[in-house]
Write a protein that binds this ligand. Structure first.
Ligand SMILES: Cc1ncc(COP(=O)(O)O)c(C=O)c1O
Length: 346
């Protein structure tokens, strides 16, 4: 039997509709900040359950621009986990701010109120909880800590906590539409969402060189727009997202039902959370013969930005996590094959 892919989702069934959307844009002559981006921003804001969406070029720019729009600048501190993709910390650093790394609970892979509070100082200007692997971070418990909470929801589109979608839990949130993400585009893309009118307006200005009218430049910003082509793609795929998340949850249920939990620690989903299962990440003290370990070198030990802070939960998660195949197209036979492969090795 062919090897089970780690990312088991295909856009093949949507190719004809995607081609139609791409052709429509190609023929329209409008390629930058036109009707597709406007429509996607409205549709995605409605999906998340917030008032504003600002489409940008990728999830890293989304974080950087959201932090800047929230007032983060040189000398400020941003509390964020080290157990995440490098971009989470990079966004703070390019603004001249310092990432104040907080620890995580290795069972959920996410920050807690206690770990965030322990990293806060009078210089803290924002908190960036990451919904890692699609599991929901306890954002509501961070909202009264006195500074804006910007969710890094790059891996959690389609997830929810207490019936509120990832992206509508904090003061603002950022998404990535990188091709491997739950809601992909055909290249790079990202978005900032928020209910805060001022933050949304600031982000809109910052994504276009710091200008409202393209003639007067009131800020130093970025050239970071979501393309019309990518917005058109996202408009085809967004209506499929909830169905895809159901299929991902079905795969997680199969792993449980077929006995994976006898061999490794299964993902722990907080009460009231709807895990988006971007990745299906278990924990094991043993090396597993299938899958991939993520963030083995967490951000606070990366050469460019190393810090000597001690983060025991982070070290444990970095050592023991292993992502197993997940995706919308995994069959029960493939899931059984993965479970057999894992069980044969333990
Ligand atoms: C947690 C997290 N934050 C930020 C990003 C950055 O997104 P992008 O690759 O679209 O810049 C990613 C994606 O790779 C991510 O996984």
């Amino acid at each position: 039997m062919a090897e089970v892919p780690l990312f088991a989702s295909s856009l093949e069934p949507y190719h004809a509709r995607l081609a139609e959307a791409l052709e429509r844009v190609a023929r329209s002559g409008r390629y930058i900040l036109g009707p597709e981006v406007d429509a996607f921003e409205e549709e995605f804001a409605r999906y998340v359950g917030v008032r504003h969406c600002v489409g940008v070029a990728n999830g890293t720019d989304a974080l950087t621009i959201a932090l800047k729009a929230a007032g983060v600048g040189p000398g400020d501190e941003v509390v964020l986990p080290s157990f995440t993709f490098y971009a989470t910390a990079e966004a703070a650093l390019v603004l001249g701010a310092r990432p104040a790394y907080c620890d995580i609970d290795p069972e959920t892979f996410n920050v807690t109120r206690e770990t965030v509070e322990a990293a806060m100082t009078p210089r803290t200007k924002a908190i960036v909880p990451v919904h890692l692997f699609g599991n929901l971070a306890p954002v509501p418990a961070l909202r009264d800590l006195g500074v804006p909470v910007i969710e890094d929801a790059a891996q959690a589109v389609g997830g929810a906590l207490g019936g509120v979608r990832a992206g509508a839990l904090g003061h603002a949130a950022t998404f990535s539409f990188f091709p491997s993400k739950n809601l992909p585009c055909l290249g790079d893309g990202g978005a900032i969402v928020t209910d805060d009118d001022d933050l949304a307006e600031a982000a809109r200005i910052l994504r276009f060189h710091g200008s409202v009218d393209k003639r007067t430049f009131t800020e130093v910003g970025w050239n970071s727009r979501l393309d019309e082509l990518q917005a058109a793609v996202l408009r085809v795929l967004l209506p499929e997202l909830d169905g895809w998340i159901d299929r991902r949850r079905g795969v997680a249920e199969m792993y449980e039902r077929l006995g994976l939990g006898e061999h490794v620690e299964l993902p722990r989903v907080p009460d009231g959370a709807r895990h988006a299962y971007h990745l299906y990440v278990v924990r094991s003290e043993r090396e597993l013969p299938i899958g991939r370990g993520y963030y083995r070198t967490p951000v606070h030990r990366q050469p460019a930005i190393a810090s000597d802070v001690e983060l025991p939960g982070t070290e444990e998660a970095a050592r023991t996590n292993q992502a197993l195949p997940m995706g919308t197209d995994l069959t029960e036979d493939q899931v059984r094959e993965v479970v057999e492969c894992v069980s044969g090795s333990t």
